[in-house]
Design a protein around this ligand. Structure first.
Ligand code: CA
Length: 618
C-alpha cells in the first residue's frame, strides 16, 4: 500500500511538470455588482483571475464606457475604469476578455436599478439612542452555522477569546427586546468575513470586505435584518475598518501592487499614538509609524495612498449603503489611515447620500484632539475631515471617574462640567456620540464598583446631556468585566442568547432584582427620551457644581427639563434662586422616572447619590 502511494506521488510530480500552465480564468470581481443612476458616474472594477492581465477586456453596453484599463505588477489582476452615464439602463453587461483576437473568457456584470425602498439614508442624530452589540456574543439564533466548512476557527464557547456562535438570526430574534428597551439604532460590531485562525470573533481582521461571515449568516440575511429593523423603527449602523484587513484576505501572497500594504523591512507596529497626526510638533517618523505601522501581526496595514486601494475601499462602503439601506457607519481607528484619504471617502459618501452619518473612532483623551476630526473650518492646518460624528472619548473618561470620586474643585461632577464647558472646540457638539463603555474597555458597572446608585447617576446624565447616547449590550443588565482580565471578560455572552442557557436576561423573570431595577430605569429613561425634542435639539445651560450637586437644563422655546445630579452621600435640599434665568416662568414640574409632582421650584430636595430629572411646567 505504501509503495503504491509512493508511485502515485512520483507519477503526479512527473505529469504535473509537463502539464500546460493553468488557463486564464476569472474568479472574482469587486464590487460584485453596481447601479445605474448614481450621482458619481465612475466605477473601478477589480478583476481577479489567473493570468487575466494577459487579455484585453472589451465592453459593449449602451451608456457604459471602458475609459481605462490598469495593469499592475501581478498578471492576476486587471482594474477597469468604467463610466456609466446618466442615460444608462439597468441590465447585465458582458465584459469580453480577448487575447490574440480570440475571446478567452467573458464575464457578466450587473448594473442594478437603485432600490429606494431599502431606506432613506437619513442617518442618525441626537434623537437616537444607539445600542452597540457584538454579534458573536449577543445571541445564537442558528446553531447550524456555528461551524462552517472552510472557515478556520470553530466555535468554542469555553474559550473566552474563541467564537461562541452568536449570529444575525440571534439579533433578529431580539429586535423587539432592543426596541422595548428604547434603542432606536443598533451598531453591530463587524459582521464581515474573518477567516483567521484565532480571535476571529471580534470581526476586526476582515478577510472579505464584500461578504458577511458565514458563521453570522449571509449577505441576504444581513439585508433582511436591516429591513426588519427598519420595520420596527430601528436604524442599523455598520462597523467598518479601512485601516487594516486580515492577513488572510484573498490577495494574500499575490498583492495587486507591491505597495497595497504599507511595507516595512520587518514587522513594525503602529505606535498607537493617535495624537501625533494632529500634533504641530510631531516628528515625521512618529507620524509615519502611527499611520503606516501595522495594528497587529494578523492585521495588514492598507495603504490608502495607493489610489487603487482608495477606490476599493470607497466603493465598498457605497456598495454596502446602496445594497442594504443601512443608516450609518461607525469607522474604526479613525486617525490611523491616511487622513486625506478619509476626507476623500467622506466627501464621496456625502456626495451620494447628503444626509448620511459616519461616526469616527478617534480614541483621544482631550476635546481639542477629538474636535479636529469632526468637520470644521478651524483646523490649524486647514484640514477638512468632512466627518459628521465622533465619539466623545473625553466625556467617557469623565463619566467613568465622576461618580466614583468625592466632589471637589476638580473632582466628581466637576469632571463632567469641565469637559462639557469645552464644547466650543466642536463645530457640532450635538453630533458627539456619548458612551459610558464599549467593547474595548471595562464594563461600566464594574467601573462603578458595581454600585447601582452611581450607575443610575451616569445613565441619567448620558440620556439627558447634549449628544447621541450609545450603550453597550449588557450594560442594561449590569454585566461586569475588566479589560485587564482579557477582552473575553468585557465581551461575555448575553445570558439567554444561547439555547440551553440556564438564565435568560432577555425577560424580566430571568433577571435578578438589581438587574431589573437597572433595566427598568434605563428602559423608562430611553423610552421617555424617544419623543423629547427638547432633549434632542434643545439648548444646554449648566451651572458650576455646588455643594456636590450638578444642575443643568435642556430647553427650547416651549419646554424645559431640569436635571440635578447629587453626587454626595447625603440628601441635598437645593436653594434654586441660583437657577432663576432658567426657572423663570415655570412654577412646577414632574419627575421623569417616578412621575412625582414637584410643586415648589424654590427649593428642591435630591436624595443622596441620585439623579432627579424634572420636566418643568408653567
Ligand atoms: Ca450560530
Amino acid at each position: 500500500m505504501i509503495k503504491f502511494k509512493n508511485i502515485l506521488f512520483l507519477f503526479f510530480i512527473f505529469t504535473s511538470s509537463l502539464l500546460p500552465a493553468k488557463g486564464i480564468t476569472i474568479d472574482r470581481v469587486d464590487p460584485p455588482y453596481w447601479w445605474t443612476g448614481m450621482k458619481n458616474h465612475h466605477l473601478q472594477l477589480m478583476v481577479h483571475g489567473n493570468r487575466i492581465a494577459e487579455t484585453t477586456p472589451v465592453v459593449n453596453y449602451p451608456g457604459v464606457k471602458l475609459e481605462k484599463i490598469i495593469h499592475t505588477q501581478s498578471s492576476n489582476y486587471l482594474f477597469l475604469n468604467l463610466i456609466i452615464d446618466e442615460t444608462t439602463k439597468p441590465g447585465t453587461l458582458t465584459i469580453n476578455f480577448i487575447k490574440e483576437k480570440k475571446q478567452i473568457v467573458s464575464m457578466p456584470y450587473e448594473l442594478k436599478q437603485r432600490d429606494q425602498s431599502l431606506g432613506n439614508h437619513e442617518g442618525f442624530d441626537a434623537s437616537d439612542v444607539i445600542y452597540l452589540l457584538m454579534p458573536d456574543r449577543f445571541a445564537n439564533g442558528d446553531t447550524t452555522n456555528d461551524d462552517v466548512t472552510g472557515m478556520l476557527e470553530k466555535a468554542d464557547r469555553t474559550n473566552p477569546n474563541g467564537r461562541h456562535g452568536g449570529d444575525i438570526k440571534g439579533i433578529e430574534n431580539h429586535l423587539d427586546y432592543l426596541t422595548g428597551l428604547g434603542a432606536t439604532a443598533v451598531w453591530i460590531n463587524p459582521l464581515l468575513e474573518n477567516n483567521m485562525p484565532a480571535y476571529s470573533y471580534h470581526g476586526y481582521a476582515m478577510t472579505d470586505f464584500y461578504k458577511v461571515d458565514p458563521r453570522f449568516g449571509s449577505n441576504s440575511d444581513y439585508k433582511n435584518l436591516i429591513r426588519k429593523a427598519h420595520q420596527k423603527g430601528l436604524k442599523v449602523i455598520q462597523d467598518m475598518v479601512f485601516n487594516h484587513c486580515g492577513t488572510n484576505y484573498f490577495w494574500k501572497g499575490d498583492l495587486p501592487t507591491k505597495d497595497w500594504y504599507n511595507q516595512w523591512p520587518e514587522f513594525t507596529r503602529s505606535n498607537y499614538r493617535g495624537g501625533v497626526v494632529t500634533d504641530p510638533h510631531a516628528s515625521k517618523s512618529d507620524e509615519h509609524k502611527m499611520v503606516a505601522g501595522w495594528f497587529d501581526t494578523s492585521m495588514a496595514d492598507l495603504n490608502q495612498d495607493n489610489e487603487l486601494v482608495a477606490n476599493y475601499l470607497i466603493q465598498n462602503s457605497i456598495w454596502w449603503i446602496e445594497s442594504t439601506g443601512l443608516d450609518g457607519i461607525r469607522q474604526d481607528t479613525y486617525p490611523y489611515p491616511y487622513k486625506d484619504f478619509m476626507a476623500k471617502w467622506m466627501q464621496r459618501i456625502l456626495e451620494e447620500y447628503p444626509h448620511f452619518n459616519v461616526v469616527g473612532e478617534a480614541w483621544l483623551s482631550y476635546p481639542v484632539s477629538v474636535a479636529y476630526w469632526m468637520e470644521n473650518d478651524r483646523n490649524f492646518d486647514g484640514y477638512h475631515s468632512y466627518l459628521t460624528n465622533v465619539f466623545d472619548f473625553p466625556l467617557m473618561y469623565a463619566i467613568s471617574k465622576a461618580f466614583n470620586e468625592p466632589e471637589g474643585w476638580s473632582t466628581g461632577t466637576a469632571e463632567l462640567y469641565e469637559i462639557i464647558s469645552q464644547d466650543f472646540v466642536y463645530s457640532h457638539p450635538e453630533n458627539l456620540v456619548l458612551f459610558a463603555d464599549n467593547h474595548d474597555g471595562d464594563r461600566f458597572f464594574s467601573k462603578m464598583g458595581e454600585d447601582l446608585k452611581r450607575f443610575k447617576l451616569a445613565m441619567a446624565f448620558l440620556m439627558t446631556t447634549r449628544g447621541i447616547p450609545q450603550i453597550y449590550y449588557g450594560t442594561e443588565i449590569l454585566m461586569t468585566g475588566l479589560e485587564h482580565n482579557g477582552h473575553g471578560d468585557i465581551r461575555k455572552d448575553f445570558p439567554g442568547g444561547w439555547p440551553g442557557d440556564t438564565l435568560n436576561a432577555f425577560v424580566a423573570e430571568g433577571r435578578t432584582k438589581e438587574q431589573n431595577e437597572a433595566f427598568n430605569y434605563l428602559k423608562t429613561l430611553m423610552n421617555w427620551r424617544k419623543n423629547k425634542k427638547v432633549i434632542h435639539t434643545g439648548k444646554l445651560t449648566h451651572y458650576i457644581p455646588q455643594d456636590g450637586v450638578y444642575v443643568y437644563f435642556r430647553y427650547n422655546n416651549t419646554k424645559s427639563v431640569m436635571v440635578l445630579l447629587n453626587n454626595t452621600e447625603e440628601d441635598k435640599t437645593i436653594d434654586c434662586s441660583r437657577f432663576s434665568e432658567n426657572l423663570s416662568g415655570y412654577t412646577k414640574g414632574r419627575t421623569v422616572i417616578k412621575q412625582r409632582i414637584i410643586d415648589n421650584l424654590n427649593t428642591i430636595t435630591v436624595p443622596a447619590k441620585s439623579p432627579l430629572i424634572i420636566e418643568l411646567e408653567k
